[in-house]
Design a protein around this ligand. Structure first.
Ligand code: SF4
Length: 368
């Protein structure tokens, strides 16, 4: 690694490729124009764990509802969580709102403001939910600084181009050093975006398009026959399985019983069906109708819903009941309300649960 490699990096070829094939994205501007820091930050938080095609409509919806970070900071958290529903990893939405409030109240409402100086990355990292990658992305893309911005796409491209055989995540330091060594002075905001687009379109995870790749002459993985072996991934351990049970109650108005989950923890602050077991790491729990939040004629559905979280896989049983009148609570800690089913307001797991339950409710109700 180092100067010798940096001298051979085909920067001009990359920019040439980007000028022709780079994606036009709603949060993107081309050098010498810089994107708004609010837009870069919002899109980067949304893009964590989520693909571009999914993020675009959410980004457009957020920026239509809340055109500035001050607007977002003034919005009720519940509205932000409802608008986020379906994007997953809800801690991101809570941190998003916290960070917006911090910028509005402590930074004078200016995302960039005084933070364009050389330590912008360190300042930005003080915001909740902003790690080194996101801080680097804002500094490079919105402030035009020479910051290190390495995402999974760039990791793959650099692992191959420089033939970095150290397994991930240990290779991250080497990749960041390579990145810093070849950072161009020109077009600093385009640089990470060009690398990401190129890796996404050409140096793809499977079957990269090495034939005709404008890096082929100097790509070390290609020269050494290592393309299929790089990057070296960490050994995967299977995810532990959790079991839980959700209670879906429907009243004679067609309303469903929901409650808002506590702010801390899994699906924090989101609307949900009452459930038992989601927070428990025990896989072998005995879960049945007797644990329901109120007395009713509960029916256990045959098929559980399967859902994968970052750290575990979930098998969620579903109990369904049609309720007439006001149910008598069994569990005191469930404070819920009846509402018309609006899947768009629910997180993905709860949408899946409602879909499975609703399929059993379709007329006639008694057919389950
Ligand atoms: S030659 Fe192949 S492996 Fe090397 S950068 Fe191009 S697409 Fe990636």
């Amino acid at each position: 690694m180092g100067n010798q490699k940096s001298q051979t990096f085909p920067t001009a070829a990359l920019f040439g490729w980007y000028d022709k094939h780079g994606r036009d994205l709603p949060w993107r501007r081309r050098w010498p124009y810089l994107a708004s820091a609010y837009h870069v930050w919002l899109s980067e938080i949304m893009l964590q764990q989520t693909v571009v095609a999914t993020v675009i409509p959410y980004f457009l919806d957020f920026t239509r509802r809340w055109p500035t970070i001050n607007d977002l900071a003034s919005a009720p958290l519940d509205d932000v969580l409802a608008a986020w529903a379906g994007l997953g990893y809800y801690a991101r939405a809570r941190n998003l709102h916290k960070a917006a409030v911090m910028v509005a109240t402590e930074w004078g409402g200016q995302f960039s403001g005084d933070h364009r100086h050389a330590n912008a990355v360190a300042d930005l990292r003080a915001l909740p939910g902003v790690g080194p990658y996101t801080a680097g992305a804002i500094a490079a893309i919105a402030f035009g600084q020479q910051a290190v911005v390495v995402d999974g796409n760039i990791e793959r491209l650099f692992s191959r181009y420089f033939a970095i055989t150290t397994p991930l995540p240990a290779a991250k330091t080497e990749i960041a050093a390579a990145y810093a060594a070849i950072l161009p002075v020109d077009r600093p905001s385009d640089w990470p975006q060009a690398l990401m687009d190129f890796a996404n379109a050409v140096c793809t995870p499977k079957q990269p398009l090495c034939d005709g790749c404008c890096f082929a002459e100097s790509c070390q993985a290609l020269a050494r026959g290592l393309v299929d072996q790089l990057p070296v991934k960490p050994v995967k351990t299977p995810k532990p399985v959790r079991r839980a049970i959700a209670f879906v109650a429907v009243n004679d108005q067609g309303d469903i019983f929901l409650h808002r989950r506590p702010n801390q923890g899994l699906l924090g602050g989101m609307l949900a069906f009452p459930e038992i077991g989601l927070a428990s790491k025990q896989a072998d729990q005995n879960l049945d109708q007797t644990m329901a939040p109120f007395a009713a004629d509960w029916v256990l559905l045959d098929e559980p819903v399967l859902h994968v979280f970052t750290h575990f896989a979930l098998e969620m049983k579903i109990c369904l009941a049609s309720i007439e009148g006001t149910p008598q609570p069994i569990a005191d800690d469930i404070k819920g309300h009846w509402a018309k089913p609006r899947p768009a307001d629910l997180p993905s797991l709860m949408r899946k649960i409602w879909k499975a339950a609703a399929a059993m409710l379709l007329p006639p109700h008694a057919s389950r």
